[in-house]
Design a binder for this molecule. Structure first.
Ligand SMILES: *Cc1c(COP(=O)(O)O)cnc(C)c1O
Length: 386
């Protein structure tokens, strides 16, 4: 069986985890600040808060930016549901902006049109969440310029994108956003099993992220309302959650991140080889914006359905029947029943829906061998009836 994505765990990873299991601190040990520092060193962000998932990171990012009832959060419909759900967790309302047909990322032109209308209606968003699909960065310069004009905050959902670059700089450095979020789920670029991180250059936001990820509790006298009452003392100054990462997970993260650049380079090799092997097939291959160096979390092909005799479903099922565990990223969020109950309808975001009818994520992970890749290509050719 060849899966669409898969983690790579080596002996050093295993030993790093075992070392924590033999230590005294399973949860809040030295590996958490160490892992945060590794991500800071990689991205150039000023602050990083490790948490137990990217979903948690998105939630505390929204809380830290003050999102609440009566506010709007906008994101791409072509994403995992977590990018939108974080707004609902805060009691805000969620809306979507259709995608660019070449990058499959939130389209800045569609954003501008929607902002213009929202301004007239007095319904401007407080937060926009661009999602770097497959690891290819969004047009952040354009989105940032719009944020200055319309006064919204930006959370980059970079769950796919650690190790990628935008205009020659690491994704996560926060040049064009308030907070960036990474995921370390096993299918992503590096893993801590479950895990995520929120990055920011703002001291104030970093303090809030720190509070919200751990019950709203502080041990910092500077944040307290009264003097310390003793060495045991802490204060709860806000309502937070238990979103902490464990030291076991962080140790795995520290070990994994040492191979980040190698992983992304290998993903580029695999993408280049797919580009060659698939060039003659009736497919749209992943177009790369010249400003971007994708982390290549996914390699998404789109079927040119009017040039083949098989349906999207038939091609997908034929691949799965051959134990090639392809996937589809993503079912447009606004078509989920939970979102349709809020009034969203099929047809609301035509580019995301067209993409959904044609897209397939084929296997892409650093340990995929050339022989396995050839197997995928042959199976795909056959599945398409060629
Ligand atoms: C995986 C993913 C998430 C959620 O990440 P978790 O770490 O599983 O919570 C959010 N957004 C996108 C785009 C993702 O791919």
């Amino acid at each position: 069986m060849i899966r669409y994505g898969q983690q790579d765990i080596n002996q050093a990873d295993i030993e790093a985890v075992i070392a924590v299991l033999k230590s005294v601190n399973l949860t809040q040990g030295p590996n958490i600040p160490r892992f945060q520092q590794c991500v800071i060193a990689h991205t150039g962000a000023k602050h990083a808060v490790a948490v137990n998932s990217a979903t948690s990171a998105l939630h505390i990012a929204c809380l830290s930016l003050g999102l609440g009832p009566g506010d709007w959060l906008w994101t791409s419909p072509n994403t995992f549901v977590a990018s939108a759900n974080c707004g609902l967790y805060c009691g805000a309302k969620v809306d979507f902006v259709d995608i660019d047909p070449r990058t499959y990322n939130l389209c800045p032109k569609a954003l501008e049109i929607k902002l213009n209308e929202a301004e007239k209606a007095g319904k401007l968003p407080k937060i926009v969440v661009p999602v770097h699909l497959s690891g290819q960065p969004c047009d952040m310069e354009a989105i940032h310029a719009l944020s200055l004009r319309y006064g919204f905050k930006i959370i980059e959902d970079a769950s796919h994108a650690i190790g990628g670059m935008y205009k020659g700089e690491p994704i996560g450095n926060g040049r064009y956003s308030d907070i960036t979020v990474f995921s370390f789920h096993p299918v992503k670029i590096i893993t801590t099993a479950e895990g995520g991180m929120a990055l920011t250059n703002s001291d104030e936001l970093a303090t809030k992220l720190g509070l919200f990820h751990s019950h709203g509790i502080t041990r910092d006298p500077a944040l307290m309302t009264r003097p310390m009452e003793g060495p045991w003392y802490y204060q709860q100054v806000d309502l937070g959650y238990n979103y902490r990462m464990t030291d076991i997970q962080a140790a795995l993260g520290v070990s994994q991140i040492s191979r980040l650049n190698h992983y992304v380079a290998r993903r580029h090799e695999i993408a280049a080889r797919y580009n060659e092997l698939l060039a003659d097939l009736p497919l749209v291959l992943p177009w790369q914006h010249p400003d971007s160096y994708s982390a290549f979390h996914l390699y998404v092909i789109r079927l040119k359905l009017n040039e083949i005799s098989r349906s999207h479903l038939q091609v997908f099922e034929a691949l799965r029947a051959k134990d090639i565990m392809v996937n589809l990223h993503y079912i447009p969020v606004h078509t989920q029943p939970f979102y349709q109950k809020m009034g969203f309808k099929h047809g609301d975001y035509p580019e995301a829906e067209r993409y959904y009818r044609e897209a397939i994520s084929i296997p892409m992970y650093p340990t995929l061998t050339n022989a396995e890749q050839d197997e995928v290509v042959n199976a795909l050719r056959e599945a398409m009836g060629l």
